[in-house]
Design a protein around this ligand. Structure first.
Ligand SMILES: *[C@@H]1O[C@H](CO)[C@@H](O)[C@H](O)[C@H]1NC(C)=O
Ligand SMILES: *[C@@H]1O[C@H](CO)[C@@H](O)[C@H](O)[C@H]1NC(C)=O
Ligand SMILES: *[C@@H]1O[C@H](CO)[C@@H](O)[C@H](O)[C@H]1NC(C)=O
Ligand SMILES: *[C@@H]1O[C@H](CO)[C@@H](O)[C@H](O)[C@H]1NC(C)=O
Length: 161
C-alpha cells in the first residue's frame, strides 16, 4: 500500500484548481434573475472563481458589506470587480460574500450573497486490517482495487458530481 498516498496526492492535485462558476447560469448577471435561488442550488468553495458575464453599458459588479447588500446601497463598496463585462472574482476565504450592481438595477434583483466553504479533503477509505491483507492470496488484486477506488473516490469528490 506504499504508493496509495502518492496516488491520492496526485488525484487531489487535480482538485487544487478551483471551479469557474458562471453567475446566474445561462442568464449571466442581468435583471430579473433570482440570485438567491441560484446561489441556494450550489456550493461555493475556497479556490473557486465567480465569473460575471454582463452588459457593461448598464451594469457593474461591486463587492459590498452585508448591510449594503440588504439595502441595495452601493456607496462605500469594498471592491469594484467590473472591467469589461467578462469578469472573474477569486473566492479566497471561507466566509460570506455580497455583491450588487450599482445604479438602481440592484432593485431589479441584481444582488448576490454567497457562503464560501473550505473544501475539506475527502477522507480516504478505511485501510484493510493487516492480518487479512497479509494472509490473502488475492492480495495484489485487492490492493489494485483499493487504489483504483480511492482514486475514483477522490476524483469524484473533486468534481462534486
Ligand atoms: C427569490 O427566491 C427566494 C427563494 O425561492 C424567495 O424567497 C424570494 O422571495 C425570491 N426573490 C424575489 C425577488 O423574487
Ligand atoms: C449606505 O452605506 C454607507 C456605508 O455603509 C452608509 O454610510 C450610508 O449611510 C448608507 N446609506 C443609506 C441610505 O443607508
Ligand atoms: C467600476 O469600474 C468600472 C470599470 O473600470 C467603471 O466603469 C465603473 O464606473 C466603476 N464603478 C464604480 C461604482 O466605481
Ligand atoms: C486570485 O488568487 C490567486 C492565488 O491566490 C492570486 O495569485 C491572484 O492574484 C488572485 N487574483 C485576483 C484578481 O485577486
Amino acid at each position: 500500500m506504499g504508493w496509495l498516498p502518492v496516488v491520492l496526492a496526485a488525484a487531489m492535485l487535480t482538485c487544487a484548481v478551483g471551479e469557474l462558476i458562471k453567475v446566474g447560469g445561462r442568464a449571466g448577471w442581468a435583471e430579473n434573475v433570482n440570485y438567491t435561488e441560484w446561489a441556494a442550488a450550489r456550493h461555493f468553495y475556497v479556490g473557486d472563481w465567480l465569473y460575471f458575464v454582463f452588459d457593461k453599458r448598464y451594469y457593474t459588479v461591486l463587492e459590498v458589506k452585508r448591510s449594503n447588500y440588504e439595502q441595495c446601497n452601493d456607496s462605500e463598496f469594498i471592491k469594484n470587480i467590473s472591467r469589461g463585462g467578462r469578469d472573474v472574482f477569486n473566492l479566497t476565504e471561507a466566509r460570506a460574500y455580497y455583491f450588487l450592481t450599482s445604479g438602481g438595477y440592484c432593485y431589479h434583483g441584481m444582488k448576490l450573497a454567497i457562503h464560501v466553504q473550505e473544501l475539506v479533503p475527502p477522507s480516504p477509505p478505511p485501510h484493510p486490517s493487516p492480518s487479512t491483507s497479509a494472509a490473502s492470496s488475492a492480495g495484489i488484486n485487492h490492493k489494485y482495487q483499493i487504489v483504483f477506488f480511492s482514486f475514483l473516490f477522490v476524483v469524484i469528490a473533486c468534481y462534486r458530481l
